[in-house]
Design a protein around this ligand. Sequence first.
Ligand code: ADP
Length: 266
Amino acid sequence: GGQGTLSVVVRNYGDGLRIVLSQDVTERERSEAMRRDFVANVSHEIRTPLTVLNGFIETMANLPLTEVERRRVLTLMGQQSERMQTLVSDLLMLAQIEGSPRPTADHWCRMSDVLQRIENDAKGLSQGRHEFTSTISPAHTVVEIAGVESEWLSAMGNLVSNAIRYTPEGGHIGVAWRTLPDGSGEFSVKDSGIGIDAEHIPRLTERFYRVDGSRSRDTGGTGLGLSIVKHVVQRHGGELRITSEKGKGSIFTLTVPVARVRLKPL
Ligand code: ADP
């Protein structure tokens, strides 16, 4: 099959001649190659911490260690197993999202609850190293958005944990919800962090794509966060927009197609 060109091919599959379009073949080959890449990436991501763990096990088995050394090794082992645990839960999240039906119109979640949960998690992750603000506008409104709460939580939570992980101590992270006049809305996360070069932005939502692999891993990243975000948003009919400036910070915005609003009771 030619690279993306459309041509007619006659093939004998054993039960008679068939005419096929060679682009179908190319498409199938491409998705097969993507699947292989994915499996290779996952294997690599699991093998690395396992290799490190095995090294530590060998050390503990063969060397007489002081109590202090023993504790140090156990801490390092814990970090590696935690890394694998995060990876597996991100993989399960991806599989779950891909395997479940599209959200229907009777799923709603309350924005203030989502923001509350996200803020709590963020504070735990930041450990007081960042300043946070969170706003809902227009003010004094109760907002419900259409969609599955666990999915929106995961998408919005991922953006906030990224903001924390890619923003140095003392930085600012602003989380905002804005209801638009047409009944849709936007959720955005703005950080004053390391920022991203323009050339990387189009590829950020690819599975395991990282701008700086070692930094991402050191801060607990799996390389799957933004691909989960993109999936969730697409399933709900919205989109992910990214603007960033290297060294200055980034803004990640999720558009949410349907929101209903009422005034907060006085
Ligand atoms: P990871 O687990 O590596 O953070 P993601 O899919 O969440 O994986 O993000 C992909 C890459 O995008 C990250 O490795 C990082 O290089 C970049 N990135 C994501 N969010 C930010 C941010 N807020 N600031 C700077 N870079 C970011």
